[in-house]
Design a protein around this ligand. Structure first.
Ligand SMILES: [Zn+2]
Length: 171
């Protein structure tokens, strides 16, 4: 297994849409394993393929940060097929958007369809925090960062902060 670099805003790749995985081969299994290791190492609660520069539709997440065996999830080609209600995720953050946290409006529950890493189709209903994580990671596969879901003012302030930082790094 290998640790992968996590792309961060404003990397253009983060706005790319992932393509469906059609052939679950050894290369895909290796990417999945590397994503898992990279997520735990960060540490993060979830990671989407787009964040590590791969445009195949894969997400991995573990709501327990690796504390509970069996809570690791790997989904290929996940799609939200139904949403219900509204909630606000408090202090949402993202490995690709450093130094920024914000409340984000999200659906309260979602039903998703995906394949597991063996290619078996599955359908799950997720609520509350689980639903928020799934919406966040599936957004990545559609080229959407959570800063696209906060107010224009907040986003603008963050963009300025990043621009300043990039200038400082150039010096
Ligand atoms: Zn993220």
């Amino acid at each position: 297994m290998a640790l992968l670099d996590i792309l961060s805003y404003p990397d253009k790749f983060l706005t790319k849409k992932a393509k469906p995985v059609t052939n679950i081969d050894g290369a895909i299994q290796k990417t999945i394993d590397d994503m898992i290791e990279t997520m735990y190492n960060a540490p993060g609660i979830g990671l989407a393929s787009i964040q590590i520069g791969c445009d195949k539709s894969i997400i991995v997440y573990d709501l327990s940060y690796g504390e509970n065996e069996g809570s690791l999830q790997v989904f290929l080609n996940p799609k939200i097929i139904e949403t219900c209600g509204e909630t606000v995720s408090e202090n949402e953050g993202c490995l690709s958007v450093p130094d920024f946290r914000s409340d984000v409006k999200r659906s309260a529950s979602v039903i998703i369809e995906a394949l597991d890493r063996e290619g078996k189709p599955l359908k799950i209903e997720a609520k509350e925090y689980h639903a928020i994580v799934l919406q966040h990671e599936i957004d990545h596969l559609n080229g959407i960062l959570f800063i696209n879901r906060v107010s224009a003012l907040k986003r603008e302030l963050y963009k300025r902060h990043i621009k300043k930082q990039i200038k400082q790094d150039d010096k």
